[in-house]
Ligand binder design. Structure first.
Ligand SMILES: NC(=O)c1ccc[n+]([C@@H]2O[C@H](COP(=O)([O-])OP(=O)(O)OC[C@H]3O[C@@H](n4cnc5c(N)ncnc54)[C@H](O)[C@@H]3O)[C@@H](O)[C@H]2O)c1
Length: 360
């Protein structure tokens, strides 16, 4: 198979972690005769400096011409502040490249060998942590109209609108059920159905769809309770599905459970894949450009390496290769000899990638 990928390293450590991820990807697929066709493109400040735009036309075209996008990170805080919010690289690039990709998957796993890095007490995590969070990404409070500030100070008023159609709810909950079916068959649907109309629609839809998935144990949780239970009994969660704003907050909270922000991969998926006319799926580690450690070969590449494994799973269906990368990566983490600084080690970003490759 030819794996056609648009590669957008971006700013700061994006460059280093994407190089590590691509090296592991190449090594993993070569073994089974597949070939990576990578087209590199500029994004973020790297693109503003060369082309005057955080997302140049050439980059958009390269993204459209490929089957998946691997993205590093964009933004440099010192330079971001020189631009209005709406023109900052993160806003410009992410909003555009994620258009139509309604399902945001974040996979939070605490490696067995790194339990001491988790901020929770050992007795709370003895059964391990492996949670897939599925956040709705194209609806809800961030996009609902009307939105804005009206009037003059000191008597201004502001409004945001949380809106969801039944079809939008159904398609994301389906991703939840289908994902749970491939894992431990447990789905927690998170809402605020005691207060919000959108959440009442959400819950009714989830309950009705549950009948199509008798093999999945479905439960419902209010978002305030879910934020507490994630810290109280994280091992009980398998798949969580929730709307945009709740998912934004819960997924950041859950990311902390993995022990480092540098360990968590993510995927943004649409209804159809790019080859069938859908938007191009977008894959990125959840961290930013980390300017404090950029350019020093110190960044943890694991989030990007696991992101590449998600790409092999969801876009290319190369499950065997994805599993090989995941197993090799957790082998390195659990052994604890080749770890970057965020995990208490002193290995370089490239040394971690090499250690993963040597285990493939
Ligand atoms: N998707 C994106 O492109 C994205 C996401 C978040 C932040 N950002 C941008 O990145 C810039 C920096 O943001 P920030 O400092 O708030 O968040 P950040 O994630 O870049 O860094 C937060 C902290 O975590 C550490 N860290 C992050 N990733 C790491 C890794 N792989 N290995 C080791 N340590 C790691 C950093 O050194 C820093 O101390 C900003 O311009 C922000 O807008 C971009």
């Amino acid at each position: 198979m030819d794996l056609k990928i648009a590669v957008l390293p971006g700013d700061g450590i994006g460059v280093e972690v994407v190089a590590a991820g691509m090296k592991v990807l190449d090594a993993a697929v070569k073994k089974s005769g597949h070939k990576v066709h990578a087209q590199y493109a500029d994004v973020g400040w790297a693109a503003i400096d060369k082309h005057g735009s955080a997302l140049p036309q050439a980059t958009r075209e390269i993204c459209r011409a490929n089957d998946a996008i691997l993205f590093g990170a964009v933004g440099l805080p010192d330079r971001d502040v020189t631009l209005p919010q709406a023109q900052r690289p993160e806003r410009v690039a992410l909003l555009e490249l994620r258009k139509g990709l309604f399902a945001n998957l974040r996979h939070v796993v605490l490696p067995r060998g790194l339990a001491s890095r988790c901020p929770l007490k050992p007795e709370l995590i003895s059964a391990g942590i492996d949670i897939m969070i599925i956040r709705e990404l194209t609806g809800g409070l961030y996009y609902g109209q009307p939105q804005g500030i009206q009037g003059a100070a000191p008597n201004r008023a502001a409004v945001d609108t949380m809106a969801y159609s039944e079809a939008e709810v159904r398609r994301i909950i389906r991703v939840g059920f289908e994902t749970a079916r491939k894992r431990r068959k447990k789905l927690t649907s998170v809402d605020k159905a005691n207060i919000l109309a959108t959440s009442q629609l959400w819950r009714e839809t989830a309950v009705a769809m549950g009948k199509e998935y008798p093999d999945i144990k479905l439960d419902h949780m209010y978002v305030d309770n879910a934020s507490m239970q994630l810290l109280r009994r994280p091992s009980d969660f398998d798949v969580i599905v929730t709307e945009n704003t709740f998912g934004d907050i819960l997924s950041d909270e859950a990311s902390m459970l993995a022990g480092s922000i540098g360990l968590v991969p993510s995927a943004c998926l649409g209804e159809k894949d790019a080859r069938s006319g859908g938007p191009v799926p977008f894959y990125e580690p959840i961290h930013g450009s980390a300017p404090d450690i950029a350019g020093q070969n110190k960044a943890n590449p694991v989030g990007t390496i696991l992101t590449v494994a998600m790409m092999l799973t969801y876009t290319f269906g190369l499950l065997h290769e994805a599993e090989a990368i995941t197993n090799a990566t957790f082998g390195v983490l659990n052994e604890g000899k080749v770890l970057t600084g965020d995990l208490g080690g002193s290995a370089s970003c490239s040394a971690v990638a090499d250690a993963v490759i040597s285990r493939l």
